[in-house]
Design a protein around this ligand. Structure first.
Ligand SMILES: *Cc1c(COP(=O)(O)O)cnc(C)c1O
Length: 385
């Protein structure tokens, strides 16, 4: 039996490099505590250099970055926005902030991201009813790129801009390009469990100078260029603080190490769980390199009676955190009224991924001994099955 007295293993906790405090101390010593300051500018410049993008805007969250991107694309009341269904709710909430309506698009089985077939069906419907979307939000789930070329071909054909939600996919690539740089806008998140973290924060990316300048204006309460506080438009308080940016700079320096560590964790799970009936893992597309943010395990119900919730409970009683896959947005009570387009005729890929998968602890500071504890507990679930 697994040792219940052992320390808790978390899903994907923050992993500081040790250099963060140097940057934070610098911010304190120069009294650049808040709000903006040199670390914010440097963090933006370093992100641009890392992913080869022209401009970046450091924000208080990835959700805020999506909100500003959609506002720039003039999403408003009565508009629709196409959106990956298999994702975290932070992808879809900004559509509601702007009083627009999400239309959800299924996954395809190779990347688990937006299905070009389902996207085409959504556009066929939209053209028929004369209601093209203002934007398409494509998610790079669990650190893996969507099949961007076919998706972009469809969106370009209809002249609809793409927002790439790469909150989970910093450090991942598609055909050599960085996730988060392939649409009109891209976004990243530095929330606590992401591959690098600032405790909380986000980044809006674009090659369009005017768009980033406008987003900066909105993110700082939309202050008109007058000597007094004058406002002609509604704004937000969405900027990242200098202290938080200082943490981000040190984290960005270890991004490559973190990607390598996440990928090594994946390989150890694959080897440690080999031979178990019906067990498989999230595939990796041949056109991309995933950052393997979380290792996702699949249980084929035709080959094993063991279900994800049984494993999650067994791990929990061994003081190990794991989670179901994101519950697709089209299954959420919040979005019960929204349209949904499936990959196949009456076949929803995201429904079966949700039913059969779970996320395993994938923290980059996890020791090999800790990971062996997870693997042993998992193997116990299959004993006598
Ligand atoms: C984390 C996440 C977000 C939201 O980022 P925050 O910084 O937490 O606001 C959006 N989309 C996806 C896919 C995410 O995983």
């Amino acid at each position: 039996m697994a040792d219940q007295s052992a320390g808790r293993i978390y899903l994907s906790p923050p992993h500081m490099s040790g250099r963060e405090l140097n940057y934070v101390n610098d911010a304190f010593e120069s009294n650049w505590i808040a709000p903006l300051g040199p670390h914010v500018n440097a963090f933006e410049a370093e992100m641009c250099a890392r992913v080869s993008c022209r401009r970046a805007l450091a924000l208080s969250s990835g959700t805020a970055a999506l909100h500003l991107a959609l506002r720039h694309l003039e999403v408003g009341t009565g508009d629709t926005v196409f959106c990956s269904s298999l994702t975290f709710v932070g992808t879809a909430n900004p559509i509601l902030y702007l009083n627009a309506e999400p239309v959800f698009v299924d996954s395809e089985p190779d990347s688990w991201n937006m299905s070009p077939e389902a996207l085409q069906k959504a556009f066929d419907w939209a053209s028929k009813v004369g209601r093209l979307p203002k934007a398409v939000i494509i998610v790079d789930l669990y650190g893996q790129s969507a099949q961007m070329d076919p998706l972009l071909d469809i969106c370009n054909y209809y002249g609809v801009p793409v927002v790439e939600d790469a909150a989970e996919a910093l450090g991942a690539t598609y055909k050599g390009k960085n996730c988060g740089t392939m649409g009109k806008f891209g976004i990243y998140s530095f929330n606590g469990n992401k591959i690098i973290t600032t405790s909380g924060g986000g980044m809006l990316m674009s090659d369009d100078d005017e768009a980033i300048d406008k987003a900066l204006f909105w993110a700082t309460q939309a202050r008109d260029p007058e000597p007094w506080y004058q406002h002609s438009e509604m704004g937000y308080n969405y900027r990242l603080s200098n202290i938080v940016a200082a943490i981000g700079r040190a984290q960005l320096q270890v991004l490559d190490e973190r990607v390598a560590a996440k990928r090594a964790i994946f390989v150890r799970y694959q080897q440690g769980l080999a031979g178990l009936p019906g067990v498989d893992f999230m595939p990796e597309i041949t056109d991309g390199v995933s950052n393997r943010w979380l290792t996702i395990m699949m249980l084929n119900p035709e080959l094993t009676p063991v279900r994800p919730m049984q494993i999650i409970e067994a791990l929990e009683s061994a003081n190990i955190e794991s989670r179901p896959i994101w519950k697709p947005m089209h299954l959420q009570p919040l979005f019960a009224q929204c349209q949904y387009f499936t990959h196949g005729e009456g076949i929803s890929v995201s429904d079966s991924l949700f039913a059969d998968g779970l996320c395993l602890p994938s923290g980059t500071a996890m020791t090999q001994e800790e990971q062996s504890r997870v693997i042993d507990t998992l193997r116990d679930c299959f004993r006598g099955r």
